[in-house]
Design a protein around this ligand. Structure first.
Ligand code: MN
Length: 279
């Protein structure tokens, strides 16, 4: 199932080039979950999985809507800093982190981004410091569906509700990483949540990012140093991952600067494609 949020408050299931509106079901499901103290995401996914009339529900053309971030009140956004070998090399070569020791992920640990940085593709990236270098980082994002505390890698993927594409937009500079990556709209999510049952192997996804006509990033998640299961196990050895939490799993090589007026296109055959303007 591909679940999207669109037009500031609506929820739909994507079938081909159409969105079938399930806003009312999601609204009542969310209220029911919250009344019983549960996080709404696993509950609404369960309800929607049981629908057998999706194709007959009211539809709108995918290209006619404004896509919002497929996020459901995440308590935290977890980020993996150095998770592709070729990206680690380019960071060293370009010296974009002067004075910073670029450590192995097992040494560096993970970081957190503010949830207020979340934005959808239609909203785009509001560049805050145009005079400073700001980079795009395409990433696979895992959305947590079941609480995970001290889980083993072999059980970790049971805690994933689904996946989407993410852009971990990064202001370069000397400030703490969580500060530079937490600017409003610097966590782009989209185009929709693809539930985990549709992703046979999260380590065989091809991620590509264009800036205009220029291909900037093109890599497989097979190149991750810590795979998704190991990342979740690692994070959960420090804190509990809760339903709704978002896990940015690191970016491959090819990060590069963005500027006002740019149009980014992020794509993955299994997860969809999104256009993201830089404003
Ligand atoms: Mn990143």
């Amino acid at each position: 199932m591909k679940l999207c949020r669109y037009d500031a408050g609506r929820t739909g299931i994507v079938l081909g080039d159409a969105i079938h509106d399930v806003s009312e079901i999601v609204r009542s499901g969310t209220a029911a979950a919250q009344a019983s103290g549960m996080h709404p995401l696993p509950h609404i996914l369960g309800v929607l999985a049981g629908l057998d009339d999706i194709a007959t529900r009211p539809r709108v053309a995918l290209e006619s809507v404004r896509l919002d971030a497929p996020a459901w009140n995440p308590g935290k956004i977890v980020g993996a800093p150095v998770n592709y070998e070729a990206h680690v090399r380019e960071m060293r070569e370009q010296g974009v982190a002067p004075g910073h020791h670029i450590a192995d992920i097992a040494e560096a640990g993970l970081f957190l981004k503010a949830t207020s940085s979340i934005a959808g593709p239609a909203q785009g990236i509001a560049l805050r410091f145009p005079e400073r270098r700001t980079d795009h980082e395409i990433e696979l994002v895992a959305v947590i569906g079941k609480a995970a505390s001290s889980v083993a890698p072999e059980d970790a993927l049971d805690h994933v509700a689904g996946y989407c594409l993410g852009l971990d937009i990064t202001l370069r500079g000397a400030e703490d990483r969580s500060f530079r990556k937490s600017i409003d709209s610097y966590s782009i999510l989209g185009p929709w949540l693809t539930t985990a049952d549709e992703i046979a192997d999260p380590q065989s996804l091809r991620l590509t990012l264009w800036n205009g006509t220029q291909l900037r990033q093109d890599a497989s998640t097979a190149e991750m140093i810590f795979n998704v299961a190991k990342l979740i196990a690692y994070a959960s050895s420090f804190y509990t991952l809760e339903p709704g939490d978002l896990f940015f799993t690191g970016t491959p090589r090819g990060v590069g600067p963005i500027a006002k007026g740019d149009l980014l296109r992020a794509q993955c055959p299994e997860l969809g494609s999104m256009l993201v303007p830089v404003r």
